[in-house]
Design a protein around this ligand. Structure first.
Ligand code: AMP
Length: 207
């Protein structure tokens, strides 16, 4: 089974992705995580991607599609994939249709005024991939899950977040109609507590 997680920056895709991938035994593929890993390792892909990501812009379509195509050809994706943060443009969705059958698209809806606050307070752990909010953990630099160091993503500042949300509205939101027309879209109220959202997602996938 292949699932796409759609939603604006800060809509909770990463949090739900961990739960969905373990429940359905599908490989969680986050294009943002792959780009960040490449930036950390200083690869040519990372060097190219960094400029776009720091500005809050999308990385080029061809580059992103090629990266995903290669990644999902590996053995660990054989049982199915949960795409998190991909596709983000109509072009990417059309290309994805050529190499994977999408069974379900989960669209997480969160009022836009809440997104900025969610992202600016977000702290991430590179070691375990967990994300937390300063409203709950305060200003600690230690990951509550694994004890490693927390960091704030460079693109999680107010100015870049506003740009990322504008880019989402313009380039990614059209995917809602794209997938609705294909009959695979499930709309989820993402402005709820984490467990309630997950329950709704499970119902949506199994409907
Ligand atoms: P994310 O971790 O999903 O918020 O992604 C962080 C950044 O990586 C985005 O703001 C984009 O610059 C880049 N990125 C991630 N996924 C894609 C994609 N599918 N297409 C283009 N750029 C992407």
């Amino acid at each position: 089974m292949n699932i796409v997680l759609l939603g604006a920056p800060g809509s909770g895709k990463g949090t739900q992705a961990t739960r969905i991938s373990s429940r359905y035994d599908v490989k969680h593929i986050s294009t943002g995580d792959i780009f960040r890993e490449n930036i950390k390792n200083g690869t040519p892909l990372g060097v190219t991607a960094k400029g776009y990501i720091d500005q809050g812009h999308l990385c080029p379509d061809e580059l992103t599609v090629a990266m995903v195509k290669e990644r999902i050809s590996r053995d660990d994706c054989a049982k199915g994939v949960l795409f998190d943060g991909f596709p983000r443009t109509i072009f990417q969705a059309q290309e994805l249709d050529k190499f994977a059958k999408i069974d379900c698209v989960i669209n997480l809806n969160v009022p836009s005024e809440k997104l900025i606050r969610r992202i600016v307070g977000r702290r991430s752990c590179l070691a375990c991939g967990g994300t937390f909010h300063t409203d709950f953990i305060g200003e600690t630099k230690t990951c509550p899950t694994c004890g490693q160091e927390l960091y704030q993503r460079k693109d999680d500042n107010e100015e870049t977040v506003k740009e990322r949300i504008a880019v989402y509205e313009e380039q990614t939101k059209p995917l809602v109609n794209y997938y609705e027309e294909k009959g695979v879209l499930v709309n989820i109220d993402g402005d709820n507590d984490i467990e309630k959202i997950f329950t709704d997602i499970v119902k949506g996938i199994e409907r």
